[in-house]
Design a protein around this ligand. Structure first.
Ligand SMILES: N[C@@H](CCC(=O)N[C@@H](CS)C(=O)NCC(=O)O)C(=O)O
Length: 218
């Protein structure tokens, strides 16, 4: 039996898990990493679906509390462990953080999720997969550039890291994976460069996770 009170069910390349890993690192919370191999379909096992019936990572277990969905997990962590807050006190800035986070979590990531891409590949055509992903990431990124240009400082909504940043870094990682030309998005590229300097973001990176294949080919 592990003595970590916090457990994170995660997959190295999952952008939703990556958001939560950044938050845990920022808040200095130690946790047990439990890998769920999405490519092998471990998310559909009966044991995992007892934790999250919809069969997605991440899932956070905190003692007897079980929460899935990265947005819910991040808000829970922020209330339970208030050190290093993930939301600004200014309500306008807070709303912009929710808006930017939701552009990623509702209008980009679900359209590039593994199950959707598999469906397109099998039911439409393998050639349609990449144009589909690039179109939806591009549309979301254009809107984020427009939204954040009036708020960004060193990071998305000023000179401190907040919720929006935790959604942007993993989504930019996914965009690069799908060969989106980041030159079209100068603000997001600049933010990504700033994130790459921060230990909490560096340690959450997919290739640093215990289930990352050393060759990077999985
Ligand atoms: N809204 C959920 C989405 C979770 C989600 O889509 N997770 C992906 C990985 S980023 C997944 O588990 N996919 C497995 C599948 O499609 O079968 C969240 O933010 O946690």
């Amino acid at each position: 039996m592990s003595n970590h009170p916090l457990k994170l069910y995660s997959y190295w390349r999952s952008s939703c898990s990556y958001r939560v890993r950044i938050a845990l690192n920022l808040k200095g919370l130690d946790y047990e990493y439990i890998p769920i191999n999405l490519v092998k379909g471990e998310q559909f096992s009966p044991e995992f679906r007892k934790l999250n019936p919809i069969g997605y990572v991440p899932v956070l277990v905190d003692g007897d509390v079980v929460i899935s969905d990265s947005f819910a997990i991040l808000l829970y962590l922020d209330e339970k462990y208030p050190q290093r807050p993930l939301l600004p006190t200014d309500i306008r800035k807070k709303a912009i953080n929710y808006q930017a986070a939701n552009i990623v979590s509702s209008s980009i990531q679900p359209l590039q999720n593994l199950a959707i891409l598999k469906y397109i590949e099998e039911k439409v055509s393998p050639d349609e997969k990449l144009p589909w992903v690039q179109c939806h990431i591009g549309k979301g990124f254009e809107s984020l550039e427009m939204l954040l240009k009036d708020y960004a400082g060193k990071y998305a909504t000023g000179d401190d890291i907040f919720l929006a940043d935790l959604f942007l870094a993993p989504q930019i990682f996914s965009a690069q994976r799908f060969n989106v030309d980041m030159n079209q998005f100068p603000l997001l590229s600049r933010l990504d460069e700033a994130y790459s300097q921060l230990p909490a973001f560096q340690d959450a990176m997919p290739e640093k996770q215990p289930d990352a294949p050393s060759s990077g080919t999985s």
